[in-house]
Design a protein around this ligand. Structure first.
Ligand SMILES: Cc1ncc(COP(=O)(O)O)c(C=O)c1O
Length: 453
């Protein structure tokens, strides 16, 4: 049953819109096998998917294969992929060096559940690259890493309340699943306890005075921030804002957490903290660092991280973390192979230049054809917003014309370019110059023919 509730994770088609419906009909006519798979999926997977945001109308295509910059669907269509597994694949799909390392590991065991050397090697690699990291713990997702980082902050400070920013996405953990989408005062999900919601203070992004005002008289364990709001619209934090936030946290004895699940190993080898020159107390990592396998991690100084040492602390002071698949050897090996390729910064710099080019050219094209578009993002991430004015936070971003964005994304898909509709774009080292030129050319064609409605 499709109800209004599906606006939660994706754009819902308007009831009366012949132009969009024609586009949707074309989509369906080219994807009969995906249609059949979706019908099958609906019987066993709620909403037919394994993650709400992967659904888009009329139904998602089903991927048969992926290689380099390309996704191939079961219907014989292929796409230059600008979604890249939720921004996890900075080297593209199945990069040869990672595949080679993983193949070897497959022969040596897929999961140990005991200590092994590659978990040390990946932790050492992270400590080498991430300025604030001195010790690391691994998880299986960014959500889990944020959850344990929050618990660690609470354990270290003895305080309950935490702060997060409007539009910030840190995964589905109760305490952080607050104020993600507008209206911010409506719970993001059923099943969140009033305690979890009450203990989280929502803060305005890029507005230091606003942060101070909302926190007057409050005692917080931590404030978590994405250096670039990812799901909230690809909006970079202003440097002075981050610096001011760092000083404010020091003054108030609040642990500053950078959620670098997207920005880590992307903005610079040391992530957003290197790019901005601002060090958090705790860093949360994920995505890229798994080399295409499930991962998350949180890291900090030895003084903070020692709270996780079960040999040193009694239960009332110890901050628990663990899990069956933590530091899975395949993920560790894939992550290590990936980070070694990113370490010297050359690949990241090249991607950053391509990101600059895409943002500038897409903006210029729409400007030339008289379409109000803002392109946000930094480094190798970019978001197209159909709106007028400056996008500075998730509040301004929410004014965008989602229908137009859906129309743009669906028309690009018909031309062999994939963005998960209405979500951000990112590039990998597997994207060729031609892949990027194709995006620019198709955007020009779109702006010319369909940009102004
Ligand atoms: C900034 C940020 N933090 C945390 C998460 C959650 O990570 P995961 O989906 O691996 O649980 C995401 C996922 O998109 C993210 O973008």
């Amino acid at each position: 049953m499709v109800t209004d509730l599906n606006i939660n994770d994706h754009y819902k088609l308007p009831k009366q819109d012949d132009v969009i419906f024609k586009l949707v009909e074309q989509y369906i006519s080219k994807r009969p096998k995906s249609k059949a798979l979706y019908a099958r999926a609906q019987k066993v997977l709620p909403g037919g998917v394994s993650y709400g945001i992967r659904y888009f109308e009329p139904y998602p295509f089903y991927t048969a294969k992926a290689r380099g910059s390309r996704l191939y669907d079961v219907d014989g269509n292929n796409y230059v992929d600008f979604w890249l597994g939720h921004t996890a694949l900075i080297l593209g799909h199945s990069p040869p060096k990672v595949v080679e390392a993983v193949k070897k590991q497959l022969e040596d065991g897929t999961h140990y559940g005991t200590s092994h050397e590659s978990e040390i090697a990946l932790a050492e690699q992270i400590v080498k690259m991430v300025p604030s990291a001195k010790m690391v713990r691994f998880t299986n997702s960014g959500t889990e890493a944020n959850m344990y980082a929050t618990r660690l902050a609470r354990a270290c400070t003895g305080k309950d309340a935490i702060g997060k920013f409007e539009g910030g996405w840190h995964g589905g953990y109760d305490a952080l699943h607050v104020g993600v989408k507008q209206p911010f005062n409506v719970p993001e999900s059923a099943g969140l306890t009033s305690g979890a919601i009450r203990d989280t203070v929502l803060l305005p992004f890029n507005d230091l005075e606003g942060v101070k005002k909302r926190l007057r008289g409050k005692k917080l364990a931590s404030i978590v921030i994405e250096p670039v709001l990812g799901g909230g619209g690809g909006i970079p934090a202003e440097k002075d804002f981050l610096k001011g936030l760092r000083e404010f946290c020091d003054e108030k004895d609040i642990l500053l957490i950078f959620d670098e699940v997207i920005t880590g190993f992307r903005l610079a080898p040391g992530g957003g903290q290197e790019y901005y020159g601002v060090k958090p107390d705790i860093s949360v990592l994920g995505k890229i660092m798994g080399g295409g396998f499930p991962i998350g991690a949180f890291c900090a100084s030895a003084e903070i991280m020692e709270r996780l040492d079960s040999t040193r602390y009694k239960r009332s002071e110890y901050s628990f973390h663990g899990g069956t698949f933590t530091a899975n050897p395949i993920t560790m090996i894939a992550g290590l192979a990936t980070l070694r390729l990113l370490e010297d910064g050359r690949l990241i710099n090249a991607l950053n230049r391509s990101g600059d080019k895409i943002r500038a050219e897409v903006k210029d094209i729409f400007g030339k054809w008289g379409v109000d578009v803002q392109v946000t993002g930094v480094s190798s991430i970019f978001n197209v917003h159909f709106l007028k004015g400056i996008v500075k936070d998730a509040v301004t971003c929410a004014r965008e014309d989602k229908k137009k964005l859906f129309d743009y994304d669906l028309r690009l898909m018909a031309r062999g370019i994939f963005f998960l509709p209405t979500h951000n774009g990112n590039i990998s080292s597997a994207h060729s110059k031609m892949d990027i030129e194709k995006l620019i050319a198709e955007t020009e064609d779109y702006a010319k023919h369909y940009g102004v409605s």
